[in-house]
Design a protein around this ligand. Structure first.
Ligand SMILES: *Cc1c(COP(=O)(O)O)cnc(C)c1O
Length: 363
């Protein structure tokens, strides 16, 4: 047996806390990346049970799963701009609120909305520094003209996305001010923009004055945020795999590829059928460009060199270290000092974003 377990209670707890912190401001549950790896439909149903009725996605298939799981009356917002007519058609048929991000997509939306009887709703995206999707603050004049020319597309909201809400507060403040100035300018010119929203999870927790008319929360629902958490959110998921084999290996025996571990004592080892092909010990890719990030990465590698520490798993409620390199499908665990039998379930921490090739089980 192996599966990724999502604890429904923990999700309910997080949503309760987030709602209290939002104080009545609507929450968009962001379920991109197939619900951060946990299944957009299943997560949407759970969010719906806990009183959320707004969702945000980046793929038509996520929108479809949410419609099926959470019903016709919930609102779904597409967070990615696209000029792909097929995608846009599918999204319109699912009554998804689209993102208007450029002159090109505005033209296509108008055309497709014309072919359909339904009115098309969209939120205007402003790029305050993320560098993808959205009009620049300097383009206010052009945006005014564009919005005035819309006939079939109705703008019901406007948003921006913060790039450093986990970092220095001034940076996010600057983005927030740019966003507000652009919205105020467009409204002063007589355009109506509808709901304003800008906060992701980190900004939501750190800057209550930026909640505006809505907040977009993904990682906070999973209880995994990159900033201090004042709400006591719970991590919602972990992997479980049963012990497939138990063996006693003599002192001096080696374990794993490269014989990276030589046992210092006679060791009882449990083999579990989970490895890096399921996401265990996979970190996010190397995507650092700034010198300061490279230095941070080097320091953490240096720390590992000075004090090597094997990843741990939990057996019968007790933490214990893994032995040797993690395999693609298998991991060996030191259970010398623990009670453990074949078939026992071992708990393995994996970030849901990294989970692959495991069924997701809600309990
Ligand atoms: C992913 C995303 C969010 C949610 O981010 P979290 O930090 O996971 O809460 C909000 N808005 C946009 C545009 C996103 O892409």
């Amino acid at each position: 047996m192996k599966a990724y377990i999502v604890e429904k209670e923990a999700v309910a707890h997080n949503i309760d806390r987030l709602k209290a912190h939002a104080g009545g401001v609507p929450i968009w549950a962001v379920l991109k990346g197939d619900g951060y790896g946990l299944g957009a439909g299943a997560m949407a149903a759970l969010c719906r049970e806990n009183g959320l009725d707004r969702f945000a996605v980046t793929e038509p298939r996520e929108a479809r799963a949410i419609r099926e799981a959470a019903g016709e009356e919930v609102q779904i917002l597409m967070l990615r701009a696209t000029t792909d007519r097929e995608e846009l058609g599918q999204l319109m048929d699912l009554d998804v609120i689209l993102t208007l991000s450029s002159r090109e997509d505005a033209a296509i939306l108008e055309e497709l909305a014309g072919e359909r009887e339904r009115p098309c709703r969209a939120h205007l995206k402003i790029d305050t520094g993320m560098g993808r999707y959205g009009f620049l603050p300097e383009e206010q004049g052009e945006v005014e003209t564009l919005l005035r020319g819309l006939e079939r597309v109705r703008i019901t909201g406007v948003y921006t996305h913060f790039h450093s809400s986990f970092g220095k507060a001034e940076i996010t403040r600057r983005q927030f001010d740019q966003f507000r100035r652009m919205c105020d300018g467009l409204e002063a010119a007589g355009l109506s923009l509808g709901e304003r929203h800008c906060c992701n999870s980190s900004a939501f927790l750190r800057f209550p004055d930026m909640h505006l008319d809505g907040v977009r929360l993904g990682s906070a629902i999973l209880g995994r945020v990159a900033v201090r958490d004042p709400l006591g959110l719970k991590k919602v998921g972990w992997a479980e795999a049963s012990v497939e084999e138990l063996r006693v290996l003599p002192k001096g025996h080696t374990v794993g590829y490269g014989a990276a571990t030589t046992l210092k004592r006679e060791t009882r080892s449990a083999v579990i059928g989970i490895g890096y092909c399921h996401g265990f010990t996979l970190q996010r890719g190397r995507d650092v460009w700034r010198a300061q990030d490279c230095i941070r990465g080097m320091l953490s590698n240096l720390k590992l060199l000075l004090r090597p520490s094997a990843p741990t798993v939990t057996v019968g409620g007790r933490s214990t270290r893994t032995l040797g390199h993690i395999g693609m499908l298998h991991t060996c665990v030191d259970v010398t000092d623990l009670t453990c039998q074949v078939g026992d379930r071992v708990r393995v921490e994996i970030n849901p974003l990294m989970v692959k090739n495991l069924p997701v089980e809600y309990r």
